[in-house]
Design a protein around this ligand. Structure first.
Ligand code: NAI
Length: 297
């Protein structure tokens, strides 16, 4: 089996560096036409270089591919609308959107300003929403679309000093969960990747011997599968350093309590049982939990 992207048009945000660049290059190698978005800022979101995206476009063109650069921000609705319009004018469609752009403003919550909390949410969560909104109608009309969100182990499981980032990153999983339901009937699939790779985002966080094993090429296979024709819908895959895992949000069977025993004390005494993981469920949608509460499952 070969996974090809011939004739596909892909937008990769934050593709001037790190993982986004690696995704864009491999998509181009496999036949896709690329919109390379990157405002070329620093890791904390300050500044712009204007050339980061163009450098990657030049690499794609040098390998015989087709691409153009967008050096604006994913948070700028006008910029994103112009980027999408340009891609449609050039190539007539948009098949793939990889929401990858991101920044860090790490600090313990005690020391974090609300401005830093808001900015991180704005780039990761609102940036992904703005880019997704801009391609959504096109994908639905085409009856084809593949969208990838980027979460993080911090979003899924937590990390000291990253409450803003974790909130944004798990928000993207929630975004996928509902969006994938809405897109399914028009063959628009939405998935999420939780990468682990040696980039400027992790270069001073992890030891060198670990980083050595975490090249972007260990994440690219999962990302490309998740935006391919055969992609699943509403799946979260973790990838990095040779490992591939799938993350689930499960639901315990819990307990049902009669009206006369309904009290905080009952919850306290039943707490262990409520958390018991035997016969755990993997709910398909939000109604499963209510059905379980009603004793219907
Ligand atoms: P990176 O810093 O190399 O790349 C991020 C890119 O996004 C940069 O080129 C930056 O200029 C661009 N960017 C930032 N704000 C932007 C904006 N407003 N508009 C357009 N572009 C913007 O970092 P890396 O590691 O490649 O990260 C890619 C994604 O993967 C991010 O969403 C990050 O949170 C996520 N991630 C990375 C992990 C890792 O181990 N490297 C772990 C978990 C998640």
């Amino acid at each position: 089996m070969t996974i090809g992207f011939e004739g596909r048009v892909a937008i990769v945000t934050g593709a001037g560096n790190g993982l986004g660049r690696a995704y864009a290059l491999e998509l181009a190698r496999r036949g896709a036409k690329l919109v390379v978005n990157d405002l070329g800022g620093a890791r904390d979101g300050t500044g712009t270089s204007g050339t980061a995206a163009q450098v990657v476009v030049d690499e794609i063109i040098a390998m015989g591919g087709e691409a153009f650069a967008n050096a604006g921000s994913v948070t700028d609705e006008n910029n994103v609308a112009a980027m999408v319009a340009e891609a449609k004018a050039k190539w007539g469609r948009i098949d793939i959107l990889i929401n990858n752009a991101g920044i860090l403003r790490d600090k313990s919550f005690a020391k974090m300003s609300i401005a830093d909390f808001r900015l991180v949410l704005d780039v990761h969560l609102m940036g992904s929403a703005i880019c997704t909104k801009a391609v959504w109608d096109t994908m639905r009309e085409q009856n084809y679309g593949r969208i990838l969100m980027t979460t993080s182990s911090t979003g899924l499981y937590g990390n000291f000093g990253q409450s803003n980032y974790g909130a944004a990153k798990l928000g993207l999983v929630g975004f996928m969960n509902s969006l994938g339901i809405e897109g399914a009937k028009n063959n628009v699939h939405v998935n999420t990747i939780a990468p682990a790779a040696a980039t400027r985002m992790t270069e001073d966080i992890l030891p060198a011997e670990v980083l050595e094993k975490m090249g972007s090429e260990t994440v690219v296979p999962a990302a490309l599968f998740l935006v391919s024709e055969g992609a699943p819908n509403r799946t979260t895959l973790a990838a990095g350093a040779g490992g591939f895992q799938r993350a689930y949000i499960t639901l315990t069977r819990g307990v049902r309590v009669d009206a006369d025993a309904m009290s905080p004390e009952t919850v306290a005494t039943q707490f262990e049982k409520i958390g018991g993981r035997e016969n755990e469920l993997l709910p398909e949608n939000a109604f499963v939990q209510s059905a379980l509460g009603l004793g219907k499952l």
